[in-house]
Design a protein around this ligand. Sequence first.
Ligand SMILES: CC(C)(COP(=O)(O)OP(=O)(O)OC[C@H]1O[C@@H](n2cnc3c(N)ncnc32)[C@H](O)[C@@H]1OP(=O)(O)O)[C@@H](O)C(=O)NCCC(=O)NCCS
Length: 145
Amino acid sequence: MMRLATAADLPAVVAIDAADRPAPRPVELFSEALVGRGAALHVYELDDEIVGFAETRVILDEAWLVDIAIAPARRGQGLGRAFLAGLLVDVARRGAESLGLEVRRDNVVAQKLYESMGLQKVGRRRRYYADGEDALLYQGAVGPG
Ligand SMILES: CC(C)(COP(=O)(O)OP(=O)(O)OC[C@H]1O[C@@H](n2cnc3c(N)ncnc32)[C@H](O)[C@@H]1OP(=O)(O)O)[C@@H](O)C(=O)NCCC(=O)NCCS
């Protein structure tokens, strides 16, 4: 089940995010998305456990998927796909007609997920990440039709 995060969820969000990084990122990075202004932080729960989080932003009719992650032990079980499907519905309700995102070129798992959900590769930002990896840009329509 997907729901909006509260401040009490932030430690779990930071822990899931930290799983893919050499050092945890500061909680402020996520708490800013709790305050609105087009941003939303969602968590995905399974049996009362937070197993994923996602941050989205909607500006006018454009949504941006800032981040999505599933806890490592829970990956490959269809949760990321279900979460993203829910997020696409959510951003459409918030007024978006399209959703865009950036993904590392070496993150093939995420790219397969995005492509299988109807998003298309629309560009590349060379050496976008600190380690020199490129970012691929994806975009797709959301909402009815
Ligand atoms: C990307 C991520 C959210 C996907 O979540 P998930 O729960 O593992 O994904 P799902 O089990 O729903 O699988 C969805 C699709 O992803 C792809 N996928 C999942 N695991 C895969 C693997 N090990 N190898 C290749 N493709 C894979 C498949 O296309 C899969 O669809 P299918 O099962 O119908 O073939 C998750 O791997 C994650 O948290 N990764 C780390 C954070 C991250 O990279 N986020 C994206 C930032 S842009």
